[in-house]
Design a protein. Structure first.
Lengths: 567, 346
């Protein structure tokens, strides 16, 4: 301001960038967590007290959910690893037919929100009306009390959570196996190592850090998930920590207890992430040498059984649930298999003509998803540039702040934001902004990590050229680096978009009638048992999300494709 | 429906302290009101009535007054109550007209001074005195029962439960579905009446029957129709009427001990964002037209004296009812929820 700049050397705003982004991140992360801590350690009049924690750790109404959550998380973590590791290996390292297609379907199954999967599994495996249990009874000729699988139980919940968590582990393991160079394994076998010995001494150790990371991700997902327990736990007659926290917002609301109950989730997450960082710090070793493509292991006669196994596993999170939702969307009674006599379009008419909340929820959801994906990607882009290029002093603070939300369970963040923005000076509760804040905060770590690793893979020479020619850092980022990152940016954008559409835990705390999103609408419909309407909305949501992702990829293909090649 | 007066309790009178002066004069639907409402162009109704009924009423309103978009915010009565409390605490005034399934909520809202006085002409002319607030803040929009029900494919008529006590028979273990008083105003009201008349040990014993716990009182009838459970311990009579008349295999049981009577009042908010549309909607909701629709399509019952029962449904005077008492529910709500959670673990 007022200071004349020499021509040709424009102000480099980079110096102002760090405080600006640090402040933004503090607003996103520190403020809600701060309020969470304040409420957890005070009473209604904000006097310091430990009473909330006394209740939390003595009342069985809280201890039981804590224990249940622990059992759920450990079980999900173990089962996901047991399933995802062999499947990841088959897909990444064997010559199984259609392995690319299998991989795409697993990745695509990420689009399914766990709460929708849980409702679909109600349709499939409710003990009496579930389609699979009906089939089982008619196939075996057993009486009306025979049950193959009861989804309203802790094993049922564990199963459903596994269905929608194992893709995370799978992707981590399969990607790690992709990166293990084939020549290491070749060397082992040339030196006389048997196939098993090669696997034990080379492949498994190299894949182990990814598997450990997968186990951790699965544990944290299961611990902080609200959607599936929100659907299944109540009918099964128990609470998990997340459903318990949610129920504390019933009248009369107990925000102090909700805050206190959120902190253990936060603490466990922080401890586990630190442990992982420590463990991986020792275990990760750079693989040097040529990156020969991995050598596919010949399965021989096992090729087709392996495919059958993969398809069988994929039927659990994908094929069966969507079949059940399609059935419910068109059948007069959702629990009855569709026949011409039972075919009806009533549910579609109800959702799109009568249900007055549909349009608003769709609009809110897609506005929020587009905004969050764009803001989140932009924020992650700038921060990852600053940290990956060590562009400003103190960039490590940014790194910590941008990664920190990974430790905040969605429901805890929801509670924290609720406490932060329902009272002055800034009241955001009741607006879409509070949801935008929540979504950007929740998805920032994943977006940031993805882009930071892309930056690291990118050579700095072009950027240096741009800087030498006098462009500021921000200009360089905009005109040189961002186009080169095109595909990663689109992938990050799509990831955030999908994650926002399927988010329920923070939204369930933060919505008002004017700011309802699809996930909350579906959750509300579940309260009154309107399963057919849920099926219609769920399928619509899936189609719209897929369309947006396809469009994003087409646009990016048109725009950034040639430029990247030219570079 | 004048006969209903005999069963309608003096609760509404208890709710309102004696009115000083005359209640507000009855309001007609004038062309000025319609024009002003159309200018606002929208109206938001928070209600606990089952969604398809609510949306049907909304579509009838929109058809009668084109140009006013009506949005239904449906949730369990207790969640509506919590939602309004939470929104009003942050000065968010989104709701125009409210209907709950727990009459006790109107005691609280009246005490908090967030309701606006408005007496639709139909209420003044055709509703019994006990069913309207003396200060004109609310009136009984709908009435229904929380009943026992069963799936006729899974249970023979002779073997069906006849009373609450019958539900404690071990043969029903794992076969019962019921709603939750923490979410549903109907179940809250019913739980109060049953606990008062039969004692809490009824619930203590029922909790040992491996009950499938759902939230809304509209859900147990749907779970019966799905065939997911054979018997429902509580839930809406009106959903069972709807399902039965559509030919679904469900049957209603009015328990021997008496059937909980549920009254769902309606009122408009003082800080309604669309005050004229709110009045217009309130007048519409209490009109013969909307009340008859609610009865015919929804299976509910009405206090409107010109509204006719649908043939084939058991008239209220022939049913032994439990006594409703919103004032007592208001005082005991938290204790009821706490005690219920202790027994049922959720």
């Amino acid at each position: 301001m007022g200071v004349a700049m020499p021509r040709g050397r424009r102000a480099d705003l980079s110096g102002a960038v760090l405080p600006l982004f640090a402040a933004t991140l503090c607003l996103l992360v520190v403020l809600p967590i701060g309020w969470l801590i304040v409420f957890a350690f005070t009473d209604r009049t904000r006097h310091a007290t430990l009473a909330n924690f006394r209740v939390l750790f003595t009342d069985s109404a809280f201890l039981d959910p804590l224990l249940t959550t622990l059992v759920l998380s450990v079980a999900v973590s173990l089962i996901c690893c047991a399933v995802a590791a062999p499947m990841g290996w088959i897909v990444a390292r064997s010559d199984m037919p259609f392995r690319r297609a299998v991989r795409i379907v697993v990745t695509a199954s990420f689009v399914t929100p766990p709460f929708l999967g849980a409702i679909a599994w109600e349709l499939l495996a409710a003990p009496n009306s579930g389609l699979l249990n009906q089939l089982y009874r008619s196939a075996t000729g057993q009486g009306p009390d025979a049950v193959l699988f009861n989804v309203y139980s802790l094993p049922g919940l564990i199963f459903v959570v596994c269905c929608y968590t194992f893709p995370y582990v799978f992707v981590l393991v399969a990607n790690a196996l992709d990166r293990i160079p084939g020549d290491l394994e070749d060397a082992s076998s040339m030196l006389g190592g048997s196939a098993w010995r090669t696997a034990r001494r080379v492949t498994i150790p190299l894949a182990l850090p990814a598997l450990a990371a997968g186990a951790l991700v699965a544990f944290l997902q299961a611990m902080t998930l609200f959607g599936a327990p929100g659907i299944l736990a109540l009918p099964a007659g128990f609470h998990t920590m997340t459903t318990k926290i949610w129920s504390l917002f019933q009248y009369p609301p107990k925000p102090e207890l909700a805050a206190a109950a959120s902190l253990p989730l936060l603490a466990v997450t922080v401890v586990l992430l630190r442990a992982q960082a420590a463990a991986l710090g020792r275990r990760s070793y750079a693989v040097v040498g040529s990156h020969a493509p991995p050598r596919p292991v010949k399965l021989g006669a096992l090729r087709w059984p392996a495919l059958l196994l993969c398809l069988g596993l994929l039927s659990l999170p994908v094929f069966l649930p969507y079949a059940a939702l399609l059935n419910a969307a068109f059948s007069r009674i959702p629990s009855q298999p569709l026949t011409p006599a039972r075919l009806t379009g009533d549910h579609w008419r109800f959702v799109f003509v009568e249900l007055s909340a549909t349009r608003l929820a769709m609009k809110n959801t897609f506005v929020l998803a587009l905004l969050s994906a764009s803001c989140g990607t932009l924020l992650a882009l700038v921060i990852s540039y600053l940290t990956a290029r060590a562009a400003v002093r103190g960039h490590r603070v940014l790194d910590v702040l941008a990664t920190a939300p990974i430790a905040i369970p969605g429901i805890a963040l929801g509670v924290g934001l609720f406490l932060a923005y329902t009272r002055g000076p800034v009241v955001l509760y009741g607006t879409l902004w509070i949801l935008l804040l929540a979504y950007v905060t929740i998805e920032l770590p994943a977006a940031y990590q993805q882009l930071r690793s892309s930056f690291r893979a990118l050579s700095v020479e072009l950027e240096d050229a741009s800087r030498i020619l006098g462009a500021s850092r921000l200009r360089t980022l905009r005109t040189v680096t961002a186009p080169l990152l095109g595909p990663s940016l689109v992938a990050t954008w799509c990831f955030v978009f999908v994650a926002v559409v399927r988010e329920l835990s923070a939204a369930a705390i933060l919505f008002t009638s004017e700011t309802k999103v699809l996930s909350v609408l579906i959750f509300d419909l579940n309260e009154s048992g309107d399963l057919a309407a849920i099926a219609v909305l769920g399928l619509t949501m899936l189609v719209l999300t897929s369309v947006v992702i396809v469009i994003a990829n087409v646009i990016s293909g048109l725009r950034s494709g040639p430029r990247v090649r030219a570079a | 429906m004048g006969t209903l007066q005999r069963f309608a309790m003096a609760s509404m009178l208890l709710a309102g302290t004696a009115a000083l002066g005359a209640p507000p004069a009855a309001s007609k639907v004038t062309s000025e009101l319609i024009a002003a409402a159309k200018k606002e162009g929208k109206v938001v109704w928070y209600t606990a009535v089952d969604l398809p009924v609510a949306e049907r009423v909304a579509k009838a309103f929109e058809a009668k007054y084109p140009g006013i978009a009506m949005r239904v915010e449906r949730s369990g009565g207790e969640r509506i109550f919590q939602r309004i409390g939470q929104e009003y605490a942050s000065n968010i005034h989104a709701v125009d007209v409210v209907n709950s399934s727990d009459a006790a909520h109107f005691i609280v809202w009246k005490r908090d001074g967030i309701l606006a006085p408005y007496v639709p002409e139909d209420v003044a002319l055709h509703y019994p005195a006990e069913q309207k607030d003396p200060d004109g803040l609310f009136a009984s929009w709908r009435v229904w029962l929380s009943v026992i029900g069963y799936n006729t494919n899974l249970v023979k008529r002779e073997e069906a439960p006849k009373s609450f006590a019958d539900l404690l028979d071990p043969k029903w273990s794992g076969k019962i579905v019921k709603g939750h008083p923490g979410y549903s105003g109907t179940i809250m009201t019913a739980t109060f009446q049953i606990a008062r008349d039969l004692g809490w040990d009824y619930f203590e014993k029922l909790a040992r029957q491996k009950v499938m716990q759902v939230q809304s009182s509209a859900d147990p009838p749907k779970k019966l129709a799905l065939g997911e459970r054979a018997v429902m311990a509580d839930g809406n009579e009106y959903n069972l009427f709807q399902l039965k008349e559509k030919g679904e295999p469900v049957e209603i049981v009015y328990p021997k001990e008496g059937t909980p009577l549920i009254i769902g009042p309606g009122g408009i908010m003082k800080d309604a964002p669309n005050p004229n549309a709110a009045r217009l909607l309130q007048s519409f909701l209490f009109s013969t037209e909307a009340q008859q629709l609610m009865v015919d399509f929804g299976g509910l019952r009405s206090f409107h004296e010109l509204v006719k029962d649908k043939p084939g449904r058991k008239p209220l005077p022939e049913i032994k009812l439990m006594k409703d008492d919103p004032a007592a529910v208001e005082k005991q709500a938290d204790e009821i929820k706490a005690r219920y959670s202790k027994y049922f673990k959720v």
